[in-house]
Design a protein around this ligand. Structure first.
Ligand code: XBP
Ligand code: MG
Length: 254
């Protein structure tokens, strides 16, 4: 068993896109539509229990807005709101306001130089992934990833393992030859459900999630001058940040 591929979640893992990206874009779409739905930072944290933007809006109405009278074409309305939200999100990314998290670009570059295969497994809309990668890694960024499994490509979103199964099938890879990167409980349920060893980097929304089954839980991937902090399990002696040697050592343990 050698390490052949790294599979990355996007939101919260590659970049902290939820609070200042998705949340802001949803709120802009609600204003455009004349709705009084506004998601503050804390409310959005609760809404993250449900993955997928369309699913999240429906969850909000059901759980938080019993007063809201759904129109007959509510499903279509959600699709239209989601399309508008995606446009706002892309515009926000073009302003390039959300950087990649510490260590992400360094690790991606190292993996590429080493011939490791890269992929993405996410619940977010494909256009959002393209916009984030272009704004952070440049127009070439998307081509670094052999497969981008995203959005509605599988009907059952995370925590279901389907998106990881899809990516593994496309790449004809055994999960035991890969490592997944996640930031959330729904994410690790999905990756572990597909039998993938998983490295977790937490963020403010996910710090207190249950990461049972993680190979290691860190605050970030770290940088040479900015050590990663281990929050749970799995430290590899002699390393202060995640690089390929670290990952190979972790992988050999599994
Ligand atoms: C992120 C999500 C998504 C985004 C919104 O999941 O849950 O719902 O918040 O994206 P992951 P869309 O961390 O697996 O990428 O609005 O495009 O659905
Ligand atoms: Mg995530």
């Amino acid at each position: 068993m050698s390490l052949e591929a790294l599979i990355f979640d996007v939101d919260g893992t590659l970049a902290d896109t939820e609070r200042d990206g998705h949340r802001v874009a949803f709120n802009q779409a609600f204003i455009d539509a004349g709705l009084d739905w506004q998601w503050d930072v804390a409310t959005y944290g609760k809404l993250l229990a449900v993955t997928g933007g369309k699913e999240r809006m429906k969850f909000y109405v059901e759980q938080f807005r019993p007063d809201y009278q759904k129109p007959a074409d509510f499903d279509d309305m959600v699709v239209a709101l989601h399309a508008a939200k995606t446009e706002h999100y892309k515009a926000l990314m073009q302003e390039a306001r959300i950087p990649l998290r510490p260590g992400v670009e360094r690790l991606l570059r190292e993996a590429r130089e080493d011939g490791l295969r890269l992929a993405i497994a996410t619940t977010t809309t494909p256009a959002n992934v393209s916009a984030l990668l272009a704004s952070t890694l440049g127009q070439e960024g998307e081509s670094w990833f052999e497969v981008i499994g995203a959005g509605d490509i599988v009907p059952a979103k995370k925590p279901a393992p389907d998106i990881y199964h899809y990516v593994l099938d496309q790449m004809r890879l055994d999960p035991l030859d890969c490592i997944a990167f996640e930031d959330s409980e729904n994410g690790i349920l999905s990756s572990r459900g597909a039998n993938l060893q998983t490295v977790v980097t937490v963020n403010d929304y996910t710090r207190d999630h249950d990461f049972t089954g993680a190979a290691i839980v860190l605050d970030t991937l770290g940088e040479p001058d900015r050590p990663a902090k281990v929050l749970q399990d799995g430290m590899v002696d002699g390393f202060s940040f995640v690089n390929l040697d670290f990952l190979r050592e972790l992988h050999a343990r599994a």
